[in-house]
Write a protein that binds this ligand. Structure first.
Ligand SMILES: [Zn+2]
Length: 220
């Protein structure tokens, strides 16, 4: 009996001590990126702000397709989009990025402050924290370690902010008629499949108790 109790205590300790560390690995956020971010908020969403802050209401999970952390980081680090020409009007030169990136071994890297805007999801960047997962192709499916870290990070963020929605990037167009949707150009959409329905189902199952809101269904 004593031995049995000991194991229960041990299991309890392990499940409670699933504390993870977030490794800070900031991408370049200089004056130019700040200006491009403020322009993005203004031009795409009609939001005039002095600082590139967001009000987190949503977490968006992604995959990078790029096979390694270093290469994924290198894709997000430059301030402006590769091949961007500043003379093309209305197309933002701000490079894509995300606040978090999770490596294949589950290491959680933080690339930007949680409340600094990253360009990772059309229409919703002003309220969405982006979590990228390294990999995601058929050859390199997302790992169990990544799944665990996503679940941990979702809980961590939900505890910290007033977050209503958890979505996979492929679900973003469901918000087109939602008050949070601010993209002004109806022609500006890209089709997404990341991070896959199976991965989203697994994360959702594990965080069911957090009671995120149901996704809008008024998509047409
Ligand atoms: Zn994505």
């Amino acid at each position: 009996m004593k031995k049995y109790l000991f194991y229960i205590v041990l299991i309890g300790l392990f499940s409670c001590s699933s504390s993870k560390t977030i490794v800070k690995r900031p991408i370049t956020f200089n004056e130019e990126r700040k200006v491009l971010t403020l322009e993005y908020l203004q031009n795409r969403y009609g939001l005039e702000q002095d600082s590139p802050e967001i009000d987190p209401k949503m977490i968006v999970l992604h995959w990078t397709v790029i096979p390694t952390f270093e290469k994924s980081f290198a894709a997000f680090d430059p301030v402006s989009l590769p091949n961007w020409r500043p003379d093309i009007k209305n197309v933002s030169g701000l490079n894509v990025s995300s606040q978090f990136m999770i490596d294949r071994d589950g290491t959680i890297y933080q690339l930007l402050p949680e409340t600094t805007m990253a360009r990772h999801v059309i229409g919703l960047n002003h309220c969405a924290i982006g979590v990228e997962n390294v990999g995601g192709t058929d050859d390199l499916p997302l790992t169990k370690a990544q799944l665990k870290s996503n679940i941990w990070l979702v809980r961590y963020l939900k505890d910290k902010y007033d977050i209503d929605y958890l979505i996979g990037h492929y679900e973003y167009t469901l918000f087109e008629n939602h008050p949070l949707w601010l993209e002004q150009d109806e022609g500006y959409r890209t089709k997404k499949t990341d991070p896959g329905t199976a991965f989203m189902n697994d994360v959702r199952k594990a965080v069911k108790d957090l009671n995120f809101k149901k996704l809008p269904t008024n998509h047409n």
